[in-house]
Design a protein around this ligand. Structure first.
Ligand code: UDP
Ligand code: MG
Length: 314
């Protein structure tokens, strides 16, 4: 029996796209003879999205609908979809017909040797200046910083093995970083070229401001990757160095005052020395606070600081 599939789709005010989307998913999935479900997450739409989804659910047992009380955003919608999905493999895609369900079989084929398969919209159909250019820069930056090289982090069409998803907690706009986070757990990642279509109905929910949020999320992800179990190592060295420099300068100034009787009250160096010492102490304290938070973070979630692949003889 082949592994079952859950297709998770965040939907925010896409009533016109849904009939086409639903039909093309059915056309693609039915012939595969795999067990599958479609998990629609209605992210607080105010149009007829929910009514349309409800109608599908009534006649099709393969449809699951989760409806949010208000708009929580695409990442939250995905997290909810993951929570309810029961398939061995989870496929995510957009509801606006920009992703193409006919790509799903190729993603599933690739899953045989990997834990994550990422779509790559090689011929992306979005505006260059406001979308494709920022996204090219973001992809380069994310690949470099996380060390996981993908052409298209922003493509929602991706497939994940269930175990990988269950290990990932999503905040902010983090869904695009799942492959990077998964690879730190040791998951194997690959990508396949996928189709991409211009948006036919409705309008995009995002503008260029998303780029800034993505960069901020990247900083968070990088910090968590490198220092989440040892934050003092991130802040401590800088703190010690500044504190030490400040102290040396203060020592030098005291020497001048005591030995040569010079007045040091008006010297810029004095301010610098004090600034360095205060900053140094603050950075070390920040590291210690980070350490306490890290313990709360890991222990409250029962989250170990490692991931186990297999245990034998137990
Ligand atoms: N979406 C959502 N909640 C939001 C914004 C968007 O669930 O607050 C969904 C939207 O319905 C679509 C997907 O996320 O299925 C991607 O959104 P959009 O097409 O607007 O983004 P773009 O393709 O322009 O990057
Ligand atoms: Mg779109």
């Amino acid at each position: 029996m082949e592994e079952s599939v859950s297709i998770v789709i965040p939907v925010y005010e896409e009533e016109e796209s849904l009939p086409h989307l639903y039909k093309s998913i059915k056309d693609v999935m039915d012939p595969l003879k795999r067990k599958y479900e479609i998990v629609f997450v209605d992210d607080g739409s105010r149009d007829n999205t929910f009514k349309v989804l409800e109608a599908y659910q009534k006649k099709d047992p393969a449809v699951v609908v989760i409806s949010f009380r208000r708009n929580f955003g695409q990442t939250a919608a995905m997290a909810a979809g993951f929570e309810y999905a029961q398939g061995d493999i989870i496929v995510t895609m957009d509801a606006d017909l920009q992703n193409d369900p006919t790509d799903i079989p190729r993603l599933l084929e690739k899953m045989k040797g990997h834990d994550v398969v990422s779509g790559w919209r090689k011929k992306r159909q979005d505006k260059f200046i406001s979308r494709r250019l920022p996204s090219m820069i973001a992809n380069g930056l994310i690949s470099k910083v996380t060390g996981v090289h993908l052409h298209d982090y922003g493509c929602t069409l991706k497939a994940y093995r269930k175990e990988v998803i269950k290990n990932v907690r999503l905040y902010g706009e983090m869904h695009r970083f799942i492959p990077a986070i998964a690879s730190w757990f040791g998951a194997s990642i690959t990508e396949v070229e996928t189709n991409h279509h211009p948006r036919k109905f409705g309008k995009s929910k995002y503008g260029i401001s998303r780029t800034i949020r993505v960069v901020l999320d990247l900083i968070t992800v990088k910090f968590l990757q490198s220092f989440s179990t040892r934050p003092i190592h991130a802040f401590g060295p800088g703190g010690l160095l500044l504190g030490f420099l400040g102290f040396i300068i203060a020592l030098y100034l005291s020497f001048e005052k005591v030995v040569f009787g010079q007045s040091i009250g008006g010297r810029p160096l004095l301010s610098l020395s004090v600034l360095f010492m205060i900053l140094g102490v603050q950075l070390v304290i920040m590291g210690l606070l980070g350490e306490m938070l890290a313990r709360i973070y890991h222990e409250s979630q029962g989250k170990p600081i490692y991931t186990v692949k297999k245990v034998l003889g137990r």
